[in-house]
Design a protein around this ligand. Structure first.
Ligand code: MG
Length: 270
């Protein structure tokens, strides 16, 4: 009886080893149809694996989160090394207790690096107690390619023209909802930016924005009409495929923390 049990144990173990060996050698299939592009089969086990990253941690109002491990951290509370002013020098904006504060008259600040298609995370808080109204209440802005503004504004129990309110694609598209938190509380923008494409000085594909404000969808692959304009119709002017990010100085001490960007690229394409 004991010998029979031992043999059964060995047989089960051997079967397990065989299954494991098969799984290691063959993750998927090679006898399936080719996907468009002719590079990979459906369920192709030889297709490269996506890179493994540390996804980081979300922020709370009192605690700053952690950027994903493959992000370019633009501001972590310590310095403005990745930013410049319009003259190329270190910006005059202040860092107070790990928080970046827009200095009135300091001018917009611009990243030293340039980015094309990318994911941007940014946290901001409107001045408290609030002052001003409409466009004069906690105004700043996040610019892509230095020319396409996503509005930053305190629209908590405060109204302005809808295509200029918080999270609007300024002068073009209001957000789907007003997801503002009260001034003083931290708010997040998570933006998926698709840069416009130009060829022979002509627009080939418009810029597109997908965006969450405080985790709530406010733009779903919305195609921009052109570069941001005040009291004018947006128009495209051809530019490089990459450009800097910028934060606007609109004269209000808007605060920022935890700013990072992840360029978007397919890991298994040339
Ligand atoms: Mg603005």
């Amino acid at each position: 009886m004991a010998r029979r049990i031992t043999m059964a144990w060995w047989a089960t173990g051997l079967l397990g080893l065989l299954v494991a060996a098969c799984a290691l050698g063959q993750l998927g299939y090679q006898d399936t149809p080719m996907l468009p592009g002719g590079q990979w089969h459906v369920h192709d086990g030889t297709r490269p694996q996506p890179p493994v990253i540390d996804a980081g941690l979300p922020s709370t109002n009192d605690q700053v989160g952690k950027a994903p491990s493959d992000a370019v951290v633009l501001f972590d509370g310590s310095n403005l090394d990745r930013w410049r002013n319009d003259k190329g020098a270190t910006p005059a904006w202040k860092i107070e207790d790990g928080v970046l504060v827009c200095a009135k008259g300091g001018g917009q600040i611009t990243t030293r690096d340039t980015f094309g298609d990318c994911q941007v995370h940014l946290e901001w808080a409107a001045p408290t107690p609030p002052s001003g109204s409409g466009q004069g209440r906690g105004n700043s802005g996040l610019f892509f390619c230095g020319r396409y503004e996503i509005q930053i504004l305190d629209c908590y129990q405060s109204q302005t023209y809808p295509d200029g309110q918080t999270a609007a694609l300024y002068g073009q598209f209001p957000p789907l909802v007003n997801a503002c938190r009260p001034p003083g509380q931290w708010q997040s923008y998570d933006v998926i930016w698709t840069a416009p494409k130009f060829a022979n000085n002509q627009l080939v594909a418009p810029a597109a924005v997908t965006m969450l404000h405080n985790g709530v969808l406010v733009h779903n692959h919305t195609a921009l009409l052109g570069g941001t304009s005040h009291r004018g119709l947006a128009k495209y002017h051809p530019h490089d495929p990459v450009g800097p990010l910028a934060l606007q100085d609109h004269g209000n001490p808007v605060r920022f923390r935890n700013i990072w960007v992840r360029p978007i690229k397919a890991y298994d394409q040339p």
